[in-house]
Design a protein around this ligand. Structure first.
Ligand code: ZN
Ligand code: ZN
Ligand code: ZN
Length: 660
């Protein structure tokens, strides 16, 4: 076993001591060297007094003692460790002992140095490779994304092509043909004005698959409409589910919000009353129309509706037999829509406005049943008869239009409030905003249907305004359809606008002046006149709003006319001048006699052969057209504008019909 350097020097010293002479000589030499260095003052204590030396010696002694004590403790600790530690496993220790203290140790060190270097190189190579793979992976990933996008695009194009092909060739398959016919039938049926009502608001639209449509509200439940459809289309074999599925997306059920905007007060009130009665189980039927049907004959004729039929005149609403008679006196509450005058405070003082509000009423079950029966007998049955009759007759006219005829549907749209793209708050909320009145017209001729809207800064909606608004459209009709000799007008019938003697006067005068041979003015039943004309109003206003939204200003009627007519292709716009309105106003004689029963009228007819003569009818009829028939005469069946000494007088050409 090789010795350490310390062991080697110890062995050398021990050997030296064994030879006494040499050792003595060595010690002597050392002592002399010490004395010499001491005299030279090479030690720290050189030249110190005896007293000082004693102090130093004492310090040395203490230090030496401490040193010894420390060594002793260390030896004890090592001994303790050796006695109490289990021997290390022989598997490693001998090898380790071998490696230690040999030259192998050195070569091992060299080897490990070499290995470290090699590993470093390998690590560098691998990390370079990793980076290469990462880049490759990234490239592939991007390529996959690109390929996927291309695939989707291709798929979409493929589907689009398929859809187009399907659209173009539905006739290829028999099933498709049937389906298409059914779809068309259901759509036409549901779009009829009896079955659904066009929503009037410009926001009442619904969009599906990028097709924007004005909403229509169903007038009845889908189940009732299905029953009606099956009755009217006996050749169509269709289930209720299919019927519901074929409903176009823009024809929707009425909801609470939409109820306020288009509402027939009578219909709603009857519905509320019948609803309450059936809820209390006083009657069995829930459906107002079913109740109404029970009050008339199987063949629902005009005589039944107007209370002239001896068969059904006395019928009353049948009470539920299970409902106890003594319960009839109990107090109940129900809701009704009523017109109420409300005063509102404005800048110029107070103003009274008519508002339709829902209010709670109290009564007994007996009274409610009695009153409801009366209301049905007097108004409701007549009302539903009128609605369906007017609709049926006017639809027939529209569908069978000859080339010498035209049908014009007119309506005033709600006024448009002028808007600036960046409005100041005061203008937004104050009353200083300009209003524009819009009069909408749908013109049906034998070749096509056209839409018009006349714009005016004058918000007067009376007879003079109507004719000022109609004038450009009638000129357009004269120019483009010179073959048209007869015009049938259709409108709703507010008595301040279309259903008034002043309006009839201008109607007669204008139509004759423009050279038409004959003309009729037909009124839809109150609350049921919403039609295509409303849709035009909504479209026009929406376009105007869009212009404002894109930064344009609409401050007056001319602005509106200029900007909207540029933006809108489907509706033709005209501007009605203030002067025209004033001109028509001045033409109306102040003392036109009143016409009895104006409110009940639904048709006014005039003919070139009888200038200044109007035939008035309670319901529209074209059974002998172009000749006049004698059906449904009004309370005043004929109205004659005479010219005695320049004063217009009214004479009756016929004695009143007592039935009316
Ligand atoms: Zn109604
Ligand atoms: Zn009857
Ligand atoms: Zn007739």
């Amino acid at each position: 076993m090789a010795l350490t350097a310390a062991e080697r020097s110890k062995r050398y010293r021990d050997n030296k001591k064994k030879c006494t002479e040499t050792h003595e000589a060595y010690l002597k030499k050392e002592r002399e060297r010490y004395q010499k260095r001491k005299e030279q003052g090479q030690y720290s204590y050189s030249g110190k007094s005896e007293r000082e030396m004693n102090l130093i010696r004492r310090k040395w002694k203490t230090a030496k003692r401490n040193d010894r004590e420390k060594k002793k403790q260390e030896t004890a600790a090592v001994a303790f460790m050796e006695n109490n530690t289990p021997t290390s496993s022989p598997a490693t220790s001998p090898v380790r002992q071998v490696i230690e203290n040999t030259h192998q140790k050195r070569s091992g060190k060299n080897r490990s140095r070499k290995n470290r270097k090699k590993t470093k190189c390998e690590l560098k190579r691998l990390s370079d490779q990793k980076e290469r793979f990462r880049k490759l992976w990234e490239r592939s990933r991007k390529m996959i994304v690109r390929l996927k996008t291309i695939k989707t695009k291709h798929k979409i194009q493929k589907t689009a092509v398929c859809t187009n092909v399907k659209k173009q060739m539905p006739m290829m398959k028999k099933e498709n043909k049937t389906r298409l016919r059914q779809l068309k039938a259901v759509r036409t049926f549901l779009e009829e004005d009896v079955n659904s009502t066009l929503a009037p608001g410009k926001k009442d639209t619904v969009t599906s698959r990028q097709i924007k449509k004005q909403k229509r509200f169903l007038n009845d439940t889908m189940l009732n409409l299905y029953k009606k459809f099956i009755e009217t289309h006996p050749h169509e074999k269709m289930s209720y589910v299919t019927f519901s599925r074929l409903r176009p997306f823009w024809i929707v059920q009425k909801n609470v919000e939409s109820r306020n905007t288009c509402l027939c007060k009578l219909h709603e009130n009857i519905k509320l009353r019948i609803g309450k009665l059936s809820q209390l189980k006083v009657i069995l039927d829930k459906d107002p129309d079913m109740v109404a049907r029970s009050l008339v004959c199987e063949q629902f004729s005009k005589a039944c509706a107007y209370g002239e039929c001896k068969e059904c005149k006395e019928r009353t609403i049948r009470k539920n037999d299970e409902f106890e008679d003594d319960m009839m006196g109990q107090q109940i509450s129900y809701h009704q829509w009523v017109n109420r005058a409300e005063t509102i405070n404005t800048k110029d003082g107070t103003r009274t406005v008519q508002k339709t509000v829902k209010q709670t009423e109290f009564s007994t079950a007996e009274n409610l049943l009695k009153e409801t029966t009366e209301l049905m007998r007097e108004k409701y049955i007549k009302h539903i008869y009128n609605v369906s009759h007017q609709y049926k007759v006017l639809k027939e006219k529209k569908d069978n239009i000859t080339n010498s005829e035209a049908v014009i549907h007119v309506d005033f749209s709600e006024n448009y409030n002028c808007k600036l793209s960046e409005e100041i708050q005061a203008m937004h909320f104050g009353g200083s905003r300009n209003q524009i009145s819009l009069h909408t017209v749908v013109l049906y001729t034998h070749t096509k249907t056209e839409s018009f809207c006349t714009v005016s800064e004058n918000t007067y909606h009376g007879p003079a305004a109507i004719w000022a608004h109609l004038r450009p459209i009638l000129s357009h009709l004269k120019e483009n359809y010179p073959e048209v000799k007869t015009v049938h007008f259709v409108s709703d019938g507010p008595c301040t606008q279309y259903r008034s003697k002043n309006h009839f006067f201008l109607f007669d005068k204008e139509m004759m002046q423009l050279g038409f041979t004959s003309s009729t003015w037909n009124f839809t039943e109150a609350g049921h006149g919403k039609s295509a004309a409303d849709g035009i109003g909504a479209t026009v206003k929406r376009t105007a709003d869009r212009i404002v939204a894109f930064g344009g200003d609409i401050t007056n009627s001319l602005d509106f006319y200029n900007k909207v007519s540029k933006a809108l292709q489907s509706v033709r716009l005209f501007h009605a001048n203030n002067e025209d309105i004033d001109m028509y106003k001045s033409q109306i004689p102040k003392d036109l006699p009143t016409i009895k029963g104006t409110l009940k009228l639904h048709q006014v007819l005039l003919h070139k052969e009888q200038v200044g003569h109007l035939a008035l009818k309670v319901l529209s009829c074209f059974c002998k057209w172009p000749d006049n028939c004698e059906c449904y005469p009004g309370e005043t069946p004929n109205y004659l504008f005479g010219t005695k000494k320049g004063i217009f007088v009214l004479t009756y050409a016929r004695v009143c019909n007592d039935n009316m």
